[in-house]
Design a binder for this molecule. Structure first.
Ligand SMILES: [Zn+2]
Length: 270
């Protein structure tokens, strides 16, 4: 059962969210490939979050990758390998990235491991003949990917914890890793470290994901609409707004947002 405290307020937010004037602010012309996984994203700002690996991209990440042709090639190969479901080869390529000081490479690799684990688990089939042996093999492979993912998420957290002056972007990646590991108390603690002297979309975005996890959909939707009007991470916020609307059983409203997002024909991993 979902409790909504202020029905009038939430209905007002939803009405504004799905109005044509809000949905029309999505810009179909701007897209860019993620520096950490190669997936193409719709962007409306120089700072944006990849819909696939969840890494924050900025003009600095772009500069880093553009100044290193070998790294650019590796990321594009990883994209192709993942698309062809050759997970071990893609993971080996991430492992071989020499300049691993940017924690986002570890984060993107962790996301890939988790994705591989899910994909392998989908193949478990109890109707197959001799299923016991094959399924056991699949399950053990999936759990190996999952433990590598966990290890890499912890690596991100510790690297940011040990950094002398972590940037807002690094703090954001730490909060995302804590969310992936469902360490909600730690996410709360990390949120207090964000700069709150001015509106901070990275903190607002973290709050949206945190509130979805703890099922506070009212607050999550409120923060998502705040992000949408701030113009940073807008596309991501639209996506999460649709997820929240589904959770609130507002299916038609969610469909309206998803339809607006589906207009984009991009190089997106399925
Ligand atoms: Zn990415």
């Amino acid at each position: 059962m979902i409790i909504v405290n202020d029905l009038k307020n939430i209905n007002k937010i939803i009405k504004k969210l799905i109005s044509n004037s809000t949905l029309n602010t999505l810009n179909i012309n701007n897209h860019e490939e993620c520096a950490y996984c190669g997936t193409e994203n719709i962007i409306s700002n120089s700072i944006w979050i990849c819909t696939n690996c969840k890494c924050i991209n900025s003009s600095l990440s772009k500069k880093l990758i553009m100044s290193d042709p070998a790294l650019l090639k590796t990321i594009s190969e990883i994209y192709e390998l993942r698309k062809s479901e050759m997970y071990d080869d893609a993971i080996a390529k991430y492992d071989a990235i020499k300049n691993y000081t940017d924690v986002r490479f570890a984060y993107a690799e962790a996301r890939l491991c988790r994705y591989a684990s899910d994909k392998i688990l989908e193949q478990v089939d109890y109707n197959r003949k001799d299923f016991m042996e094959e399924n056991a093999e699949l399950k053990s492979k999936a759990s190996a990917y999952e433990s590598k993912a966990k290890h890499l998420f912890y690596k991100v957290i510790y690297a940011v914890q040990n950094a002398q002056n972590p940037t807002q972007e690094m703090l954001f990646m730490r909060a995302m890793a804590e969310l992936e590991l469902k360490r909600f108390k730690d996410v709360k603690a990390t949120l207090t470290l964000f700069d709150s002297s001015a509106p901070n979309p990275m903190a607002d975005y973290t709050k949206v994901l945190f509130d979805i996890e703890i099922k506070d959909y009212e607050n999550a939707l409120d923060n998502a609409s705040k992000i949408i009007s701030s113009n940073i991470f807008k596309e991501n916020a639209f996506y999460y707004a649709a997820i929240i609307l589904i959770k609130l059983n507002k299916i038609n409203e969610a469909k309206k947002i998803l339809k607006a997002l589906s207009k984009f024909n991009l190089k997106i991993l399925q």
